[in-house]
Design a protein around this ligand. Structure first.
Ligand code: BT5
Length: 317
């Protein structure tokens, strides 16, 4: 959000401030104040103007300015009611040279999962992509995926949903039978880089927030925040998610221990489908930048990418 608008909102959120006083404080004309107030009203902010000045009455429940206002992380938010894919849009912005932008949508019409899979994204979810230009080699990109999984899990838990992470990037909730996990959120990280340095990185996060279970794909075990206990304030949820993510990405040394705390893959028997074949064994650790260490019957294998399935003790080999 434009800085002047942010300052106006902050001032009139605390108390009523007359237009001329705002003009003086911000060193702009009275008509400029009025234009900013009108623009904010168009964005959905309810602002009253009485004899004692302007007062902020309410903030829109969702949207770009709504998320930016009060956000304690340095991201601009570009909002769309509907868009094919926030990741695609963030990639475009990345190619154009932008950074620290979040593309946020209420609905995606062409949401993407990993490996060209689709991602259902009906209205009511939190579908967003964070565009970054971290000064790291491409090989370290996985740590940002892990950071996103931790941030999502923390925000979900604050919203009252007992979520956990399955390596590397699924955020799940235990099903009613205590056996099958249900997917609450997924993460898709994409990047472009040279040999030694990431050029841009897009961390896409999709959370089934205020969505009826019936609107989620029937063929998969999926759940939503609504189904787990009730709707969440998507503005506050998105702000918490972005703040948690920003804290972790600013200090990536903290990511692995936070991930271990929130994941339930370690100590489990797993089957991981990797590009090099299937790995079955006990997941014993995760190493920087996000490698899963699996003890198979005869070896210790480090897996950097793949689809992971938690096995019951009786399953598998
Ligand atoms: C993922 O892929 O889990 C990554 C999903 C990333 C989505 C976000 S939304 C914002 C940003 N913009 C995008 O276009 N994408 C990102 P993967 O692990 O491959 O899981 C995909 C599989 O999950 C699908 O093949 C379905 O089986 C299942 N699935 C699809 N939609 C789902 C949903 N809404 N909830 C739970 N499972 C779903």
């Amino acid at each position: 959000m434009q800085e002047t608008r942010h300052e106006i909102l902050t001032a009139i959120a605390e108390q009523s401030v007359p237009g001329p006083e705002l003009a003086d404080r911000l060193d702009i004309s009275r008509s400029a104040v009025w234009k900013h107030v009108e623009a904010l009203r168009r964005d959905g902010f309810e602002i009253s103007s009485e004899d004692d000045g302007y007062t902020l009455v309410s903030v829109p429940s969702f949207g770009g300015s709504a998320v930016e206002f009060g956000l304690e992380a340095p991201y601009e938010v570009e909002y769309h009611d509907a868009i094919p894919s926030t990741n695609e849009r963030a990639r475009e912005l990345g190619a154009g040279g932008t950074s620290d932008v979040v593309v946020l949508a209420d609905e995606q019409t062409g949401g993407k999962g990993r490996l060209d899979r689709g991602w259902s994204s009906p209205s009511g979810g939190v579908w967003l992509s964070i565009l970054l230009r971290p000064d790291v080699p491409p090989a370290h990109a996985a740590v940002f995926t892990l950071a996103a999984a931790v941030a999502t899990t923390r925000a979900a838990r604050e919203a009252g949903v007992d979520a956990h992470i399955k390596w590397p990037n699924d955020v799940l909730v235990d099903g009613a039978d205590g056996q099958t996990d249900q997917k609450l959120a997924g993460i898709l990280t994409e990047m472009e880089g040279e040999a030694d340095r990431v050029s841009w990185l897009v961390v896409g996060i999709g959370i089934n927030a205020n969505i009826d279970e019936g609107e989620l794909p029937a063929a998969v075990d999926a759940t939503s925040i609504r189904a787990e206990g009730g709707d969440v304030d998507r503005r506050a949820f998105t702000q918490r998610l972005l703040e948690e993510f920003h804290a972790l990405r600013s200090d990536t040394d903290t990511v692995l221990s936070a991930w271990r705390e929130h994941a339930n893959t370690l100590g489990r028997r797993v089957r991981v489908d990797t590009p090099g074949g299937e790995v079955v064994g006990e997941a014993v650790d995760v190493r920087f930048p996000g490698t899963l260490v699996v003890e198979t019957d005869d070896d210790t294998v480090e897996v950097t990418a793949g689809d992971c399935e938690h096995l019951r003790p009786t399953d598998g080999k």
